[in-house]
Design a protein around this ligand. Structure first.
Ligand code: CA
Length: 359
């Protein structure tokens, strides 16, 4: 089998209602999608954070076998953002050719459905943001989610008030994680952390910039809470110091950023060897969501105990038709868990009308 064509689509979806994390306001959602065709008629889809250049397509992809994921990954490692999408599309092709879902190609699933955490609770332009956050959080508990994640990083006053309000709204039985999106320096991250931790925080995500490995170690030693991060890191080398120097309790590679399945398997092995838990990051279209489900299905529970820390899927609750309409069959959370797709490859069919609409 040979690759005969690679098409790139840069999708843009304008949000009905903008929202903010600690770094700024989001008004549009984007997705960098590739479609790889082969001489057998099988086509694969992938999502990265950029798309391969015409010369990369010519040099590394056209005429190559889609089965040679290691070789192509090595050749394209200079552009992990584009490689991520290409690699996902190659595994989609392989799965369709062998009539197996990707999780099976990756070595088999530990679970056929993944408990999810509702990822939302952004800052919005509301007259009473605290009440809005409480209503939103309560809705997630009512929908059956076992865990929720909220945005912090807006200063101690906002964070302390709203974390406590969200904890009141969800009660004691729901896990609560907080995400500062690298919005603090070390001192502020520790100060805010100390002030919010009596709300039973399950993890504290990206308190500071990911480059500052020493800072992550200081925060981890100062606060009695799991520290999470790494969603923007690309390639296994970028993860090395944070893992080996024990800057994190939970590492969150993103299959569409870090380098696709081929690279994420290596990152997973490195995390495992350093006793750091992998909980994938997911913030993208239906393609990234499906890819994350396949990969996360293959991650063992850790520790191997009667009560392991659950493998929680990041389920983006914000409005985005690139996630809810790009696949013909939408991937939904039911009672707080999401089924792993069972059809060959990624297990989704792309709706070309939606693709064209936002291209
Ligand atoms: Ca995050």
């Amino acid at each position: 089998m040979k690759i005969t064509d690679v098409k790139a689509y840069n999708l843009r979806y304008p949000l009905l209602e903008p929202f903010a994390n600690s770094r700024g306001w989001t008004k549009t959602r984007t997705a960098s999608v590739v479609e790889i065709s082969t001489d057998t008629g099988i086509t694969g889809w992938g999502e990265g954070i950029s798309t391969p250049s015409a010369s990369a397509i010519q040099t590394y992809l056209l005429g190559q076998s889609p089965f040679e994921t290691e070789r192509i990954s090595e050749a394209m490692r200079g552009n992990m953002g584009a490689l991520s999408g290409v690699d996902i599309a190659l595994w989609d092709i392989i799965g369709k050719a062998l009539e197996m879902p990707i999780y099976q190609l990756l070595g088999g699933a530990f679970r056929s459905k993944i408990p999810a955490y509702a990822s939302g609770l952004f800052k919005k332009d509301k007259p009473d943001i605290t009440q809005a956050l409480m209503d939103e959080a309560k809705g997630y508990v009512d929908a059956g989610f076992p865990a929720v994640k909220m945005k912090i990083g807006f200063g101690a006053t906002y964070d302390v008030k709203n974390v406590a309000a969200v904890r009141r709204a969800i009660g004691d039985g729901t896990l609560l994680a907080v995400d500062a999106n690298c919005g603090y320096d070390v001192g502020t991250a520790i100060d805010v952390g100390q002030k919010i931790l009596d709300n039973d925080i399950f993890w504290y995500e990206e308190p500071i910039t990911t480059d500052d490995v020493g800072g992550y170690r200081e925060i981890r030693h100062a606060l009695k809470v799991r520290i999470a991060g790494g969603e923007m890191l690309q390639g296994r080398w970028a993860f090395r110091d944070l893992l080996q120097q024990r800057g994190l309790d939970i590492v969150q590679p993103d299959v569409s950023i870090a380098g696709g399945f081929t690279e994420c398997r290596k990152i997973t092995a490195m995390a495992s060897a350093n006793y750091v838990r992998v909980l994938p990051h997911m913030w993208g279209s239906s393609i990234r969501l499906a890819a994350t489900l396949h990969w996360q299905a293959t991650l063992p529970d850790a520790p191997d105990a009667l009560h392991p820390i659950p493998s929680l899927l990041e389920f983006d609750m914000t409005e985005n038709r690139l996630r809810t309409a790009l696949a013909q069959e939408p991937i939904n959370a039911v009672d707080g868990s999401v089924d792993v797709p069972q059809a060959p490859g990624l297990g989704i069919d792309i709706d070309r009308d939606v693709l064209e609409q936002y291209a």
